[in-house]
Design a protein around this ligand. Structure first.
Ligand code: FMN
Length: 199
């Protein structure tokens, strides 16, 4: 039995393409791995707090010096980090907003990139601590960017995942969602065909 953690981040519900991709992923994954446990964390519906002075204090200060707010921030951050630590498979759904990921997803990343927990500094540089996990990133984009210089999603998320030790990362992009003609249909078909291969 593996644990699958899905992070949803589209601000849309019904019309969201990235949510459609995660639904397809979930149904195909369940069919292929019926015993797996799937957890969905929706950072658009329930946003996690931005990194602030309380969170930094909670991370840095010894327990006896933490204020109640710092302790509460730390508890919240621990919950998110432990959820990721417990997962074998991470699935991030990421609409493209302004060439990058939603700020809600960035806020979640700011909680789970934790020195001493998900990565550590060594004499030879930083070392990721989450070895053995797989990740899938399901993106939805209005235009077409894959492999080009304006794609600030894939290179950034590869960097971040690699930093915490997740090197097995598969990207599936649904591109051209806001373009005319048959771009949308073609983009969706391509993404669904790739999804069918991975589960
Ligand atoms: C605030 C906002 C910013 C967006 N920025 C971009 C962008 O920079 N590039 C792009 O190709 N599409 C952009 N889009 C279009 C979305 O990426 C596209 O509609 C995608 O399907 C959204 O994901 P969702 O369907 O899961 O909500 C933007 C949409 C919104 C609402």
């Amino acid at each position: 039995m593996s644990r699958v953690l899905i992070i949803e981040s589209s601000a849309r519900q019904q019309d969201s393409v990235s949510r459609q991709l995660t639904q397809t992923f979930i149904s195909q994954w369940k069919a292929a791995h019926p015993a797996d446990q799937i957890t969905v964390r929706d950072v658009a519906v329930n946003p996690v707090p931005h990194l602030d002075i309380n969170l930094l204090g909670g991370w840095m200060k010894p327990a006896e010096q933490r204020s109640a707010s710092e302790q509460a921030s730390l508890d919240r951050s621990n919950e998110l980090t432990e959820e990721l630590l417990a997962a074998d498979v991470l699935v991030m759904a990421a609409p493209m907003y302004n060439f990058a990921i939603p700020s809600t997803l960035k806020a979640w990343l700011d909680h789970v990139l934790r020195a001493g927990v998900t990565f550590k500094y060594t004499e030879t540089g930083p070392q990721g601590l989450l070895s053995g996990k797989r990740a899938f990133v399901l993106t939805a984009r209005g235009g077409v960017y894959a492999g080009g210089p304006a794609d600030h999603q894939e290179p950034y998320l590869r960097q971040v995942m690699g930093f915490i030790g997740i090197h097995d990362v598969t990207f599936i992009h649904a591109e051209g969602m806001n373009l005319g003609g048959d771009f949308q249909e073609k983009g969706l078909n391509l993404a669904n065909a790739r999804l069918a291969q991975v589960a």
